[in-house]
Design a protein around this ligand. Structure first.
Ligand SMILES: C[S@@+](CC[C@H](N)C(=O)[O-])C[C@H]1O[C@@H](n2cnc3c(N)ncnc32)[C@H](O)[C@@H]1O
Length: 237
């Protein structure tokens, strides 16, 4: 499954960057997560690991709250768009860092993409200092006019690890605080989000990238109006 996730994101760097340039959704999530991490950490965050950094939408807001950010991602193509100098290609489950190297690890919209959030969190804990903090943001769905979009059009939409599994892994590993953030969205933004092949793979995982994007666009063609994207945030230490 991980090889597929990586291939999907390698296909997605351009459309992902275009969606973010239009919406600022991921940088907004990272900014809020950075604030929660700073609240939970006792002191100044010196070294922070941006785990699943992608094109860098999360790296800049995280850098505003710490002295040094190291972006890590499994997808070479996503990382190529990330302008941070010390970016590292790697996997959550086998981080290429020494024990106790970071004060904080942030998974902005990335931990739910791994089949074992438990393994990733154990590894995050290994690279954290004793007082270190770890945080994640995971999707709770898209709501237009108060109704879940995928309840209407497709009940099989799923992530490799549901948000409940991410929350459970946190609760079993660290002391946690959690909540839900809501971002304003339009039907047009929903369609743009599902132009990202890695995102469309949640609905039609077996189709090739172009076909799956076309099928989701058909599925969402009639969604109009305004609504919200809901994201669960979780921070633990
Ligand atoms: C939805 S993007 C989020 C990127 C960035 N954090 C942001 O907020 O824009 C998720 C990223 O997680 C990466 N990813 C998924 N599974 C991973 C794994 N096991 N190890 C490292 N990176 C992973 C993907 O390649 C992708 O770039």
């Amino acid at each position: 499954m991980k090889r597929t996730i990586r291939a999907n994101f390698d296909e997605s760097a351009g459309t992902y960057a275009a969606y973010e340039a239009e919406t600022d959704h991921f940088s907004t999530l990272a900014e809020r997560l950075a604030t929660e991490l700073a609240t939970q950490y006792d002191g100044t965050i010196t070294r922070l690991l941006d785990a699943g950094a992608g094109t860098g939408a999360s790296s800049s807001p995280l850098a505003a709250r710490s002295e040094r950010v190291i972006p890590l991602d499994v997808s070479r193509q996503m990382l190529r768009q990330n302008s941070f100098p010390c970016r590292v290609q790697g996997d959550f489950d086998t981080l290429p860092f020494q024990t106790g190297s970071f004060d904080a690890v942030a998974f902005t919209a990335s931990l739910f993409l791994t089949p074992s959030p438990e393994a990733a969190l154990e590894e995050a804990r290994r690279v954290l200092s004793e007082e270190g903090v770890v945080g994640a943001v995971a999707p709770e769905g898209w709501y237009i006019d108060g109704t879940s979009v995928f309840e209407q059009v497709d009940r099989d939409s799923r992530s490799p690890s549901p948000t409940e599994a991410v929350s459970k892994a946190f609760e079993e590993t660290v002391d946690t605080v959690s909540g839900v953030w809501r971002l304003d969205v339009t039907g047009e933004q929903l369609r743009q989000f599902y132009q990202i092949p890695a995102v469309a793979a949640r609905v039609y995982p077996r189709l090739d990238p172009q076909e799956r994007v076309e099928r989701v666009q058909d599925l969402l063609a009639d969604v109009e109006g305004t609504g919200e994207q809901r994201w669960r945030w979780i921070v633990g230490r």
